[in-house]
Design a protein around this ligand. Structure first.
Ligand code: GLC
Ligand code: CA
Length: 555
């Protein structure tokens, strides 16, 4: 077993974690200060979202210099000290490599755009306009509008899968690849243990640059369905050979459009690509196409959740390794999204945590998930995210596809900013996040939901996570045990067995706020006498599952 297989990894969005110099922005010293808190929680590694020099158009996912810590977070020395302190506490440190694109303020791009024949000219993807002067093709950017932006100096367009301030790197150019690898080696020399690789499956482009076929004449720009180009595996393998393997660094790649076959290819050890990949499919169980083709949300389809997660468990089982997550900095808060964030906040937060941490793979916790933080219900101008702002402009203001209320109804459920509000440490000023003016509005419910009061509560979500993590450290069955789904057709109960040697565990979770009968499991249940973990106080196993009730039982 590798260290990351028996680990629980904690994702930190430094900007919103803890501010030590009272400029309202979380910083690296803040992360260092909170390491004892993370040690108490029990996690084994932290993943920091990008801390490099950046104009922050996309909160650091627009990197201007890969080797320099942005002054708003501190400096390179602070990062070194954070890493050393973490290592002394036996906590590993994972950084985020944004290698698909840079910021338009990166020196490589500033040079590249000047002319067609300088050293950096081919660092990005430049194309001539169509004869009528329009974009080279109809590809849409992920954050709205065209994926191409025109630059007069070169009389050409450059490609950007995300915002126009995030030009895509040209991975076909070997120099680009060497520059990226070198930056990663630099951070290895500073003690970094591994990488989360941002949208790594998108680095290879469809080199035909053909229009996406469409029958919809209203839409000018069409999203690419398949963003994994022909050289994706080749490039990732090279990255593995040049950096990951020789320097023994862990890797987890973000794989937005990958199906299970591709995830398997990316993560099968004999292919020497990545250790793990974040698949997206299980996070689409509540997404729908709404009015005028705009994105909408529907009631989560838990049958689908079970199917997708089970398929991943079976397929990856002995062949590779799962990355398990429900929340991250691009997702909203689970109690609000799939559970009940008022009456059953504790129960639903712990229920979904039980599902996730009972599975085979490496669980990732996002800051605040361990105390059941929830989505705020902000107004349009209280959101910061470029993705949301662009979409609002396009869908509501320009195209009138939705009204503001309709737009907000969706975003209150799934907006990325829902997860990015400052961490709620206590019930004092600004939730104890900063003494200054927070860069982003604190969720007003911090007076109730915060680390301090959670820990004092009889129903402590933090303590429940501690128990889950301890179990993962002590019990081989959770790391190595085989997975077997039960009650496959039940859309309300998630039930599965894990088995290892002669031990068998049953993970049993009610995903609804109704009492549910367990008749169907009755015979099986009688064998599971020992309660390993349970999210209700003073209850014994009966034939009814209470709202969001969750058990781990042993035969
Ligand atoms: C990834 C990041 C997201 C970012 C995007 C573009 O999906 O997680 O936050 O906006 O890549 O870099
Ligand atoms: Ca600060």
């Amino acid at each position: 077993m590798k260290w990351w297989q028996s680990s629980v990894i904690y994702e930190i969005y430094p900007k919103s974690f803890y501010d030590t110099n009272n400029d309202g922005i979380g910083d690296l010293k803040g992360v260092e200060k909170k390491l004892p808190y993370l040690k108490e929680l029990g996690i084994d590694a932290i993943w920091l979202t990008p801390i490099y020099l950046s104009p922050q158009i996309d909160n650091g996912y627009d990197v201007a210099d890969y080797r320099t810590v942005d002054p708003m977070f501190g400096n390179n020395q602070d990062l070194k000290e954070l890493i050393d302190r973490a290592h002394r506490l036996n906590i590993k440190v994972i950084l985020d490599m944004v290698a698909n694109h840079t910021s338009d303020q990166c020196i490589w791009f500033k040079e590249s755009k000047k002319s067609k024949d300088n050293y950096f000219s081919d660092f990005y993807i430049w194309k001539d306009p169509k004869p009528d002067g329009s974009e080279p093709n109809n590809w849409a950017a992920s954050f709205g509008g065209s994926a191409w932006t025109y630059v007069p100096e070169r009389s050409q367009y450059y490609l950007h899968y995300y915002a126009s301030q995030q030009p895509d790197l040209n991975w076909e150019n070997p120099l680009v690849r060497q520059y990226v690898y070198d930056a990663m080696r630099y951070w290895k020399s500073q003690g970094v243990d591994g990488w989360r690789l941002d949208v790594i499956t998108q680095i290879s482009k469809d080199l035909t640059f053909k229009d996406v076929p469409t029958t919809d004449s209203n839409k000018k720009y069409i999203p690419l369905k398949n963003t994994s180009g022909p050289h994706m595996h080749k490039f990732i393998h090279e990255l593995n050979q040049q950096v990951l393997k020789p320097f023994d660094m862990m890797s987890v790649g973000e794989a937005p459009n990958s199906n299970i076959e591709e995830i398997l290819k990316l993560t099968s050890p004999e292919r020497d690509e990545l250790n793990m990949a974040f698949s997206f499919e299980h996070m689409r169980i509540d997404k729908a196409i709404g009015k005028n083709g705009a994105i909408a949300v529907k009631k989560p389809n838990f049958l689908k959740l079970k199917q997708v997660l089970s398929k991943m468990q079976y397929e990856l089982n002995s062949k590779s390794w799962n990355a398990l997550y429900f929340e991250n900095h691009d997702r909203s808060r689970i109690p609000t999204r799939w559970g009940n964030d008022t009456e059953y906040r504790y129960e639903s937060a712990t229920a979904f945590a039980t599902i996730l941490h009972g599975l085979k793979g490496t669980p990732f916790i996002f800051q605040g998930e361990e105390i059941g933080m929830t989505n705020p219900k902000y107004s349009v101008d209280e959101y910061e995210d470029i993705d949301l702002k662009n979409k609002y402009q396009e869908q509501v203001k320009e195209k009138h596809l939705l009204t503001t209320d309709e737009f907000l109804k969706v975003e209150h459920k799934i907006a990325r900013d829902n997860a990015r509000t400052p961490m709620q440490w206590n019930n004092k000023k600004n939730a104890g996040f900063t003494e200054g003016k927070p860069w982003y509005k604190v969720n007003p419910n911090f007076t109730e939901i915060n680390v301090e009061s959670d820990k004092l509560s009889k129903k402590s979500i933090f303590r429940y996570y501690q128990q889950l993590i301890t179990l993962r450290h002590k019990e081989d069955i959770l790391i190595k045990g085989d997975y077997q789904e039960l009650l496959e057709d039940d859309k309300n109960i998630f039930a599965y067995q894990r088995s290892w040697k002669n031990k068998s565990w049953l993970i049993l979770v009610n995903m609804t706020e109704k009492d549910l009968s367990l008749n169907e499991l009755h015979d099986n249940l009688k064998n599971y006498k020992k309660i390993i973990l349970h999210n209700y106080l003073n209850q014994k196993l009966e034939d009814i599952l209470k709202p969001y009730e969750a058990y781990i039982l042993e035969k």
